[in-house]
Design a protein around this ligand. Sequence first.
Ligand code: FES
Length: 99
Amino acid sequence: MNITFILKDGTKKIVAFEGGQTMLQVAEENGIKLNSNCEGFGVCGGCHVKIENLLDKLPEVSEKENDTLDRVSGVSMDSRLACQIVLNSNLNGLIVKLI
Ligand code: FES
């Protein structure tokens, strides 16, 4: 299964993931830097990303994720926190944009 990260310079990086990994873990394992400052606890907002496809297949936004996104600038309907998304086979082919 794979996920495509669109980096800040527009470069696309396609990387493999296994079910159960978070999007943040997959990014970090592949040298893709997100501004995560809370070690994936969903409170810093630094792993804010925009989801380009499969939005309806993502797990629901939790109250904690929602609260954190409320404090992040530039949030839109396609905004999520990479540390809060646990990947599964439904998300194969996901495209995510770093901001
Ligand atoms: S790493 Fe801090 S909110 Fe995701």
